[in-house]
Design a protein around this ligand. Structure first.
Ligand code: MEV
Length: 289
């Protein structure tokens, strides 16, 4: 029996712009998904299409038990974490000897298949490897880990990443001279933010700018605006949508002493708050017997 876990992720900067080759920064965060796999001749068929596909691709049969600290459809990469943890547990239980890179790439291919064509290579890469990552087109560079105090606010409004990505593509098609400079500006502020990683006041300001640019792209939602404003008003350095928007989650960068207050303000606006920070571990073995 093998139990592996994999973390969720947030985009600190650059979501949507990353789809057009601009730089983005993503970070693994503490809530994790735990998956236990056990060899079995007559396993019951798992309900999750992601898990089914993991067993099919790895060519083995086994029973599976999932425990998740990540809400699905919240924009925190829960399906990527489930897929990465399941592949890692299968790899271990059946002694298959695949590398972390192979697990990340296979998880991306599985997400693409299950989601019928659209998936984020960022989600699976960050969940498999942990830490903070700069993504530019196909390239992924690990950044020095920074202990940022974050509060994630889940609006509890379900969203579709595919729909939001399509919406931005339509805007770009119909108003290229407006949409392209917004995407360029997001790319520029992402690069500027890298230089300010240890300066939370500056970083917060960049988050606020990134949020405004995401709203200009049309991926805002009344619920995310409410949470962002509540976080700022209760002492956050800055706050923004994280991920695809149109609901989903926001992140707020906070002074250590303001974390609980910001989380309370988010909950008072009917959001669900998670106080978190970077998770430098990616997929991790929890137990093997
Ligand atoms: C979704 O979490 C982030 C987007 O940038 C899409 C992607 O990176 O694949 C909107």
């Amino acid at each position: 029996m093998a139990t592996w876990s994999a973390p969720g992720k947030v985009f600190l900067f650059g979501e949507h712009a990353v789809v057009y080759g601009k730089p983005a920064i993503a970070m693994a965060i503490k809530p994790r998904v735990f998956v236990t796999v056990r060899k079995s001749r007559n396993p019951t068929r798992p309900k999750s299409p992601y898990i089914n596909e993991c067993f099919r691709v790895m060519g083995v049969r086994g029973s599976v038990y999932v425990r998740s600290q990540l809400q699905s459809s919240s924009g925190l990469g829960s399906s990527a974490a489930v897929t990465v943890a399941t592949l890692s547990a299968i790899n271990d239980e059946f002694n298959l000897g695949y590398s972390r890179e192979y697990i990340a790439e296979t998880a991306f291919a599985i997400e693409k298949k299950v989601q019928k064509g659209r998936a984020s290579p960022t989600d699976t890469y960050v969940s498999a490897n942990g830490g903070m990552v700069l993504i530019t087109g196909e390239s992924k560079r690990r950044l020095p880990p920074e202990n940022l105090h974050l509060v994630v606010g889940n609006t509890m409004v379900p969203h579709s990443t595919a729909k939001m990505v399509e919406q931005v593509a339509n805007l770009r098609q119909h108003h290229p001279t407006i949409a392209n400079p917004i995407l360029d500006a997001i790319g520029e502020l992402t690069l500027a933010a890298i230089r300010e990683m240890s300066n939370p006041k500056e970083l917060g300001q960049y988050m606020d700018m990134n949020h405004a640019l995401l709203e200009a792209l049309g991926v805002g939602h009344p619920a995310s605006s409410r949470l962002v404003l509540a976080a700022r008003a209760s002492g956050a350095y800055g706050a923004k949508i994280t991920g695809a928007g149109g609901g989903g989650s926001i992140i707020a960068l906070c002074p250590r002493r303001a974390k609980n207050r910001v989380a309370g303000a988010i909950e008072a606006c009917e959001g669900r708050a998670i106080i978190t920070t970077i998770d430098t571990d990616g997929a991790r073995e929890e137990k093997h017997d």
